[in-house]
Write a new protein. Structure first.
Length: 402
């Protein structure tokens, strides 16, 4: 009897579990469904972890960086220096704290007066954690545009603790450049700058695309014709000649912050037509559906219908396009800075740092200059993997495709 009761009772439990699973599936929000599908994509999850790591490294770059990435933090005695790695053991014994050897540099006639580095293993320099260093400010936001009407400053908070340092001298885990600036510190700040430029440009383009594409697709007619003429005109403008003209227009007296905001705004103003076309096409199809007619009969305004009914039906594609737009913005900033039309020193961006790897001397003698290139590739690929994963997860028919 006990066995029969267990067997009989197990079927309703299984049925209840199936019913509960089905209920969770049919009552789940669109975001929950997308997240459930996204977690099954291993490459997308790996890209998400890498992307989050790089974003956090960029945000907390002043704390992680041991030295000021600008001229003020350069090491005058270690220019074009190779990466330094800590050790725990050597022939003199082991240590619980990683240490570095003291490197002594000199020029000699035998090497055509190039720098020659000799390692003194009798002098250890230990790695320290949370030491005091150069002061930095977090959560500080300053706008200093031409004129004074829009200028404002949020002071932020000042700290001087850093993640690691050296007991004596300096430690450069990625080496230094020709002026002695720490490449590790510059790389982290460059990631932060490139992501900031991309974020501002993406959101400007995102807002313009939703507004122009939504109005054009909902109203149609002569409004659609005028807006599409403007969209086609923007799409036909060649980017490189445009930025060459803008580079000649930018005054030399502009600060790095002014150039930064100017490049971000221009990237956003020329990056919206593609998404606007997609939004327009979708709304032209959906505006005659019954739920739109029902909202109109209830007295809903066009702006409310677009914002609350039409655009949410296109949310998955908008999210995917938003994520995929980030690597293109980062690539645009990097390319423009690389050819000298974007950001320039003393701003630390990936494009500015890539300018240093164009000479044959760097390729033959200073290979550590290519370390920022690896971070740039990882950042772009992470965005691509996450975008592809979101595209597959947002596809409502993705589960039915075999």
């Amino acid at each position: 009897m006990a066995i029969d009761s267990v067997d009989v009772g197990s079927q309703p439990i299984a049925a209840d579990l199936d019913a509960k699973t089905k209920e969770d599936y049919f009552t789940a929000s669109q975001g929950q469904l997308i997240w459930t599908r996204f977690k099954k994509n291993r490459s997308a999850m790996f890209g998400a972890y890498v992307l989050i790591t790089l974003i956090l490294a960029g945000i907390f770059s002043p704390f992680i960086s041991p030295y000021d990435p600008n001229i003020a933090g350069r090491d005058k005695e270690y220019m074009n220096g190779a990466p330094q790695f800590g050790s725990f053991c050597d022939e003199n014994g082991c240590s619980a704290i990683p240490f570095l050897y003291t490197q002594e540099r000199s020029r000699s006639l035998a090497t055509n007066f190039r720098w020659v580095t000799t390692i003194n293993k009798d002098k250890r320099r230990y790695i320290t954690f949370l030491p005091k260093g150069w002061e930095y400010t977090v959560l500080r936001f300053e706008v200093n545009l031409p004129g004074k009407a829009l200028d404002f400053v949020i002071p932020g908070f000042t700290f001087e603790r850093h993640l690691f340092g050296a007991s004596e001298g300096k430690v450069h885990i990625f080496g230094t450049d020709s002026s002695g600036k720490d490449i590790f510190s510059r790389t982290l700040h460059a990631i932060n700058t490139s992501l900031a430029v991309g974020t501002i440009g993406v959101f400007i383009a995102f807002f313009l695309a939703l507004f122009i594409g939504g109005v054009s697709g909902f109203y149609g007619g002569w409004i659609d014709s005028i807006l599409q003429m403007i969209t086609d005109a923007i799409r036909t403008v060649p980017a490189i000649p445009l930025f060459m003209a803008l580079a000649a227009f930018i005054p030399d007296t502009w600060s790095s912050e002014e150039r930064f905001f100017f490049i971000s705004i221009i990237l956003g103003l020329i990056g919206w037509p593609t998404l606007a076309r997609r939004v327009r096409t979708h709304l032209l199809t959906e505006r005659n559906q019954e739920y739109v007619l029902a909202a109109q009969l209830c007295g809903a305004r066009p702006g409310h219908i677009i914002r609350r009914h039409l655009l949410p039906s296109f949310t998955s594609y908008i999210i995917v396009d938003l994520v995929i737009s980030f690597p293109y913005m980062v690539l645009s900033e990097t390319a423009l800075s690389f050819i000298g039309l974007g950001l320039k020193d003393p701003v630390n961006s990936l494009g500015v740092m890539l300018q240093n790897v164009t000479s044959a001397d760097v390729l033959l003698n200073y290979q550590w200059y290519f370390i920022p290139v690896l971070f740039f590739m990882a950042l772009v690929l992470a965005f691509v993997f996450v975008g592809d994963g979101l595209r597959d997860a947002a596809d409502p028919y993705g589960d039915t495709k075999k």
